[in-house]
Design a protein around this ligand. Structure first.
Ligand SMILES: [Mn+2]
Length: 244
């Protein structure tokens, strides 16, 4: 059976007019059994359906902070603006992904985009969010920033681990506040911060707040990409049957 093609969203490079992608995302997709395919945000949005026709699934990658006007807030002084062309593309892409229920996995910013697309909101700066036993979710100067996440194993994403807790890395200052429509929480940090979500009514519409692509040599984190590849293979198989 051939490997499914998995679209990966790109970030803006520091130099204007260039795209950027950390190798880790593509390596993780390849390790998990897919073929990575870059999704260029300067693409004419009317071509999105044609691109999605060729893909088995999509990975929404990390990045800076989206425009908080999308969830009715003013920008926090510590928020770092996401490239607006990328932001517009990702919301248009997600709209088209949902329309055809294409398998999609979000990472970090991707998780936040999926929540806000469904009408949810974000905490813009976690260090200012009062909560018990607050953890530091930003990288700061630690070499290997990690915290535990508690898993709801009775979920599509949660069942891949078959255990109630795992160790995740953490590089974010924003996180989900109000959950979007039809989404449920899959994992939380010990201080209550939402670390993974899904829409149980889709073949795969799931996201994590941490960066599993940097840990794809650990089976717990590679499993996230394997779930995307497995869902993409099933979706591609169905499509081939229908067009046969
Ligand atoms: Mn975290």
């Amino acid at each position: 059976m051939s490997r499914p093609l998995i679209g990966i969203t790109l970030d803006a490079a520091d130099k204007p007019g260039r795209y950027e992608l950390n190798h880790d995302y593509a390596t993780a997709i390849e390790r998990a059994g897919g073929i990575p395919f870059p999704l260029l945000y300067m693409l004419d949005h009317s071509l999105i359906p044609e691109v999605l026709d060729r893909l088995g699934g999509v990975l929404l990658t990390g990045g800076n902070d989206m425009d908080p006007a999308r969830y009715g807030q003013q920008r926090h002084p510590n928020a770092v603006q996401l490239e607006p062309e990328r932001e517009r593309f990702e919301f248009a892409l997600l709209e088209a992904i949902e329309r055809r229920k294409l398998p999609v996995m979000g990472i970090c910013l991707g998780c936040q985009v999926m929540n806000v697309h469904r009408g949810g909101s974000l905490h813009q700066f976690l260090p200012e969010v009062p909560r018990e036993n607050a953890l530091e979710h930003r990288r700061l100067d630690r070499d290997s920033p990690r915290h535990a996440v508690q898993i709801d194993v009775d979920t599509r994403l949660g069942q891949i681990w078959q255990k109630p807790e795992l160790s995740a890395n953490t590089y974010h200052k924003q996180a989900i506040h109000r959950l979007g429509h039809n989404l449920r929480v899959v994992a939380t940090a010990p201080d209550g911060v939402i670390e993974a979500i899904e829409d149980p009514s889709f073949p795969l519409f799931a996201a994590v707040q941490w960066h599993p692509e940097r840990l794809s040599d650990e089976s717990d984190h590679l499993a996230i990409f394997q779930l995307l590849i497995q869902s993409a293979s099933q979706a591609s198989g169905l499509r081939t049957q229908h067009s046969a």
